[in-house]
Design a protein around this ligand. Structure first.
Ligand code: SF4
Ligand code: SF4
Length: 82
C-alpha cells in the first residue's frame, strides 16, 4: 500500500523534505507521490512522515496498490524526485 496526495493539497511543500524515499514529487496544482517509490516509511519511522506533516490531511492510502512485505520494501532502492 503506497500513499497518495489528494486535491486538498495546497502545494505547501512541508512533506517534501521528510520523505526518506524521495517519493514525493513537487507538482502543481497538487504534489504527487510515486507509488512505486513510496516505502510507507518502513524502516525509518513508525508513522508515514508525509501524513504526519500535512496540515491539510491531503495524504491518504492509495487504493489499488497491494501491501508489500517489509522485506521487499526495504530492498527497494530510493527513487529520486523528478
Ligand atoms: S509514506 Fe513515507 S515513503 Fe511514502 S511518500 Fe510518504 S513520506 Fe515518502
Ligand atoms: S504537506 Fe500536504 S498540503 Fe503540503 S505539499 Fe505535502 S501533501 Fe500538499
Amino acid at each position: 500500500m503506497a500513499y497518495q496526495i489528494n486535491e486538498r493539497c495546497t502545494a505547501c511543500g512541508d512533506c517534501l523534505p521528510l520523505c526518506p524515499a524521495h517519493a514525493i514529487i513537487a507538482a502543481l496544482p497538487v504534489y504527487r507521490i510515486d507509488p512505486l517509490a513510496c516505502i510507507e516509511c518502513v524502516g525509518f519511522t513508525d508513522e508515514s512522515q508525509c501524513t504526519e506533516a500535512c496540515p491539510e490531511q491531503a495524504v491518504e492510502p492509495a487504493g489499488g496498490w497491494p501491501e508489500r512485505s517489509a522485506a521487499a520494501r526495504l530492498q527497494q532502492p530510493p527513487v529520486a524526485c523528478q
